[in-house]
Design a protein around this ligand. Structure first.
Ligand SMILES: NC(=O)c1ccc[n+]([C@@H]2O[C@H](COP(=O)([O-])OP(=O)(O)OC[C@H]3O[C@@H](n4cnc5c(N)ncnc54)[C@H](OP(=O)(O)O)[C@@H]3O)[C@@H](O)[C@H]2O)c1
Length: 291
């Protein structure tokens, strides 16, 4: 894909490959007064080359999906091929039963103005038995309404439980909080996902903006003529099997985050060791971080 000159690609269990940088949309679609501006930001992102978008029925009660749908519709009309873009959305756990999941997906598709969601995730573990949720995902796949399914906020025991139900091994991804400031997944979840070639989609990769102001990152950022946020993102983009999903509404942030791909290739072994020293990897199991 010419649009992602700097991005290493990440492989899904199906063999499909995508860039390891995608755009989050939590916070989009809250107020229709900002709709035109937000559609503009997403169009800018598409023009810059962003090709993976993460959303959810939960975000602004469907508002984020609606705004993303408008931007994608314009981009497809302008000639962008549908299969150039990967759209990820999420179903609420309370809709994870068979008929509920199918109905929720149909509503997301309407808001997104799409025939098919590329990757549909269970937003966090549900009280509905996993076997029923997997059956519903499979039904949506058979009807061409989703291409792949996965989960979010699952720790290793929950992934193991999922793998044990019929069809559960087809889970295509797990989306969890992972950042320079929250490295707990490195203890066992990320290594296990790597073994199974299941991408880890890192949400809140900037700790919701906190890393952008982190004093420890300023020196390295200055040395690379970059920003602390770019250093934090570049570090994440160096982690094998990980896809980072920063959210930005400002054009400057979108550009900076895109440029973090090049910075990720410029970080030296010394830089990475320095970051390990200031943001140490976990020495024992930690509870899954949730934002
Ligand atoms: N599965 C889940 O349970 C879950 C949970 C949380 C998030 N997510 C997904 O992950 C995405 C990202 O997470 P997030 O939105 O929580 O947090 P984030 O991406 O870590 O941080 C977003 C914040 O950082 C700012 N920012 C972005 N780029 C920046 C840059 N280069 N320099 C300085 N500041 C920058 C943004 O500002 P502006 O917006 O003003 O540009 C925004 O305030 C979400 O949008 C959502 O798609 C999933």
């Amino acid at each position: 894909m010419a649009s992602s000159a700097h991005a290493p690609w990440i492989q899904f269990p199906s063999g499909e490959e995508r860039p390891n940088l995608g755009m989050g949309t939590c916070g989009y679609g809250v107020d229709t007064a900002y709709q035109a501006k937000e559609v503009g930001a997403l169009r800018l992102a598409l023009d810059m080359g962003w090709r993976l978008f993460d959303t959810a029925e939960m975000y602004a009660s469907g508002g984020a999906e609606r705004v993303l749908g408008l931007a994608l519709e314009q981009a497809f009309r302008a000639g962008l091929p549908r299969d150039a873009v990967m759209v990820v959305s999420k179903v609420l756990p309370e809709h994870a039963f068979e008929s509920g999941l199918v109905a929720a997906c149909e509503q997301s598709l309407r808001r997104l103005k799409l025939d098919c969601i590329d990757l549909y995730l269970l937003h966090w573990p549900s009280s509905t038995p996993l076997a029923e949720t997997v059956k519903a995902f499979e039904q949506l796949q058979r009807h061409g309404r989703i291409r792949h399914w996965g989960v979010s906020n699952f720790d290793l025991p929950q992934l193991r439980e999922l793998a044990a139900v019929p069809g559960g091994a087809a889970c295509a991804a797990n989306q969890v909080h992972y950042s320079l400031g929250a490295r707990g997944v490195e203890f066992d979840l990320l290594p296990a996902q790597r073994v199974h070639q299941m991408p880890l989609m890192a949400y809140s990769p900037l700790d919701q903006g906190e890393l952008a102001d982190h004093p420890a990152l300023r020196g390295m950022a200055a040395r690379h003529r970059a920003t602390p946020a770019q250093v934090a993102l570049a570090w994440l983009l160096r982690q094998p099997g990980v896809m980072a999903l920063p959210k930005a509404r400002s054009a400057v942030h979108l550009r900076h985050n895109w440029a973090a791909q090049a910075l990720s290739q410029a970080l030296s072994a010394e830089d990475l060791a320095w970051l390990d020293g200031h943001f140490p990897p976990p020495r024992h199991k930690l509870p899954l971080s949730v934002r």
